[in-house]
Design a protein around this ligand. Structure first.
Ligand SMILES: NC(=O)c1ccc[n+]([C@@H]2O[C@H](COP(=O)([O-])OP(=O)(O)OC[C@H]3O[C@@H](n4cnc5c(N)ncnc54)[C@H](OP(=O)(O)O)[C@@H]3O)[C@@H](O)[C@H]2O)c1
Length: 327
């Protein structure tokens, strides 16, 4: 079977984007080929386009880490997925396209309460949140959690997951409107980082020094602030450092409160590690996806050919939740 694939190419000379066509790749033994219904945008795509986040050697050079769609071909070792199945998947790149390959172990069924478009915004945030909050920070039901970047694709899903798992969630976001929307997703309070200090706001609520788990993508000066608001035995996980990798820190509270500081990137982990995340999610979290209690917030959809416009919209930071491309 020969299929034509439309995909977004990064032009070497000026990093502009153009729509190209080639023959769709064939799935390897453990892979499925998906006719893409929608692909999720991620901030990492913007870095990849600028040449600041090169894809791993064995990954597709095409941007796009997550898709939803329909299975159109299966490798000979694939079991559990068949041609015609609606599916969503974490890809190894290649999502900005009409057809994308994914390892079978990184695929998920489309949850009952989801549209096929909504499912495209799920995989990257779901695995990132699962790995960092549960596998790294060992978050438990009943704990108090602070999610920075509450209005981001990652943050909106993280808030809903924390709430569904019985945690008390606080968050930060960049406008009052975004703060109220993050609260509607389950945060008890969301602090506008442009007009108030979350450290002072938590102090006023009597909560400074009582945050068990912090999910942070901001870094920079937040590294010290996180340490200051953490509870004894607190765990702080960084998934990015948007305010900078370098900062001066007083580590004394790390000793006194026995804190854990950790971090990770999803992309650098191997297929077996991602498969383990998918397994745990299906066993422990999937019921909350099926009911719609945990669902990505979709901000906007763009045609695939307008990928540059979609990325510019993400860069401006006006969105809340996920931005999608539709081939
Ligand atoms: N390590 C991993 O495995 C992994 C996986 C996926 C994503 N990430 C990272 O996680 C972050 C979120 O990804 P995404 O795709 O969900 O991106 P996104 O939707 O574009 O969200 C970016 C978020 O960063 C916040 N932000 C930006 N600059 C800030 C600043 N100076 N101070 C405080 N907050 C600031 C924005 O807040 P407002 O909009 O409220 O202003 C927004 O919530 C990105 O940095 C991404 O690279 C890491």
């Amino acid at each position: 079977m020969e299929l034509t694939r439309r995909y977004i190419h990064i032009n070497d000379d000026d990093r502009s984007l153009s729509l190209r066509e080639d023959r769709a790749p064939l799935p390897g033994a453990d892979e499925v080929l998906i006719e893409v219904h929608a692909a999720g945008l991620n901030r990492a795509d913007l870095l990849q386009r600028k040449g600041l986040y090169p894809p791993p050697q064995d990954a597709s050079p095409i941007m796009g880490l997550e898709v939803s769609g329909t299975v159109v071909a299966c490798g000979e070792a694939v079991s559990g997925w068949s041609v015609g199945d609606p599916i969503c998947a974490l890809t190894h790149g290649g999502g900005y396209a009409s057809h994308a390959i994914a390892p079978q172990s990184q695929c998920l069924p489309v949850p009952e309460a989801y549209t096929l478009s909504e499912a495209a915004g799920l995989p990257e945030a779901l695995l990132t949140v699962w790995h960092n909050l549960f596998q790294r920070a060992r978050m438990q039901s009943g704990e108090r959690v602070l999610v920075h970047g509450g209005a981001s694709g990652i943050g909106t899903l993280a808030v809903a997951i924390c709430k569904a798992m019985g945690c008390e969630v606080y968050s930060t976001a960049g406008t009052d409107g975004k703060c109220r929307r993050v609260e509607a997703l389950g945060a008890t309070r969301t602090f506008n980082y442009r007009s108030e200090s979350f450290v002072e706001a938590l102090d006023e609520l009597g909560l400074k020094g009582s945050i068990d788990v912090i999910l942070d993508m901001v870094g920079g000066d937040y590294v010290q602030h996180n340490i200051d608001v953490a509870a004894p035995e607190g765990r702080i996980v960084n998934i990015a450092y948007m305010r900078g990798f370098s900062t001066e820190v007083n580590f004394l509270p790390v000793l006194l409160k026995r804190l854990t500081l950790t971090g990770s990137t999803l992309r650098a982990q191997n297929t077996a590690q991602k498969a383990q995340m998918v397994l745990e999610i299906r066993e422990q979290l999937f019921e909350h996806l099926e009911t719609g209690a945990v669902k990505p917030v979709i901000d906007r959809e763009y045609p695939l050919a307008d990928a540059a416009e979609a990325q510019a919209y993400m860069e401006r930071g006006e969105h809340l939740g996920k931005i999608l491309l539709r081939p």
